[in-house]
Design a protein around this ligand. Sequence first.
Ligand SMILES: NC(=O)c1ccc[n+]([C@@H]2O[C@H](COP(=O)([O-])OP(=O)(O)OC[C@H]3O[C@@H](n4cnc5c(N)ncnc54)[C@H](OP(=O)(O)O)[C@@H]3O)[C@@H](O)[C@H]2O)c1
Length: 305
Amino acid sequence: MDIHYFVRRIAVVGAGGLLGQYVAAKALGKGYQVLGTFHDTSIPPSGIEAARLDITDADEARQVLRGFGPEAVILASALTNVDFCERNPSKAWAVNAEGTLNIAQACDLVGARLLYLSTDYVFNGEKGSPYLEFESPDPLSIYARTKLEGERLTMDASTKNVVCRVSVLYGWNRLSQKQNFVTWVIDSLRKGKEVQLFRDQTVSPTYVPHCADVLLGLLESNARGIFHTSGPDCASRYDIGMKIAEVFQLDASLIKSAMTDESKLVARRPACSCLDVGKAEGELNMKMLSVEEGLRDMRSTEGKK
Ligand SMILES: NC(=O)c1ccc[n+]([C@@H]2O[C@H](COP(=O)([O-])OP(=O)(O)OC[C@H]3O[C@@H](n4cnc5c(N)ncnc54)[C@H](OP(=O)(O)O)[C@@H]3O)[C@@H](O)[C@H]2O)c1
């Protein structure tokens, strides 16, 4: 018999970020009571309760979560700039690892289940095909090491907790000007600028509105442990760029093929960090959204709130 968790009150930590904003909005749409926490950038009023929270402050984390009393918490806050993390390892550790510990301990205190967002970059990318959840991580960068530590801290805090790994998040950012891979390519091509896209970095792009539904579905189910919740594709950044140009009817001749070792990136990236999403699809009895479907949805929802 399937067991379903009753979730009525949910806290989204990092509700001002790309993924967090969609999780908070979808949770509200499902009729949950939602607390959305923000850090530097405040979030506009939208029916969710908002609170400032710096996850590196353990006392604040306890106070904010105790005050709201959620049954579930989604941790979408992180330092996500991979090269910034490489240059600032202590800051990356403080937010991505110690910040996660603070949230995991606060969740334990209030009896909430924690869903932690992690990354395909925990793998070294040498396998050459999509990774399954149980395969051994081997992070190549500081960002990936701190996120892997966040996974471990989440799993150690409670057997009820869930880790969801995603890859190259994309979608319209309704709350800030911060670009993601897809919006950066669209913006550049529209301005007639050339973009150099790697042929030797293969990823599983993850459409944030769909991913938000997947995460909430996992929280409502009996899921526990690690899940890969990216899109189902395994494609190079160059090929994804060509697909963006096709769907948005932009000039594909502006897309130039590049190789990672020709670039000035500070942190190492895995060559093929694609994720196998079969376990999550089986758990939820649904298919993940392909990059083609995600891009078409973006095209039809541009400018809408
Ligand atoms: N983006 C990707 O392609 C990608 C790929 C794989 C995995 N992931 C993972 O997916 C999750 C969501 O990523 P995203 O791209 O949606 O993130 P994002 O847009 O970069 O947002 C991250 C959020 O974290 C907040 N934050 C930073 N430091 C904080 C602190 N000390 N306390 C509280 N909040 C803090 C930021 O707030 P301020 O801006 O106000 O500081 C921001 O709202 C992250 O865990 C990330 O590691 C992302």
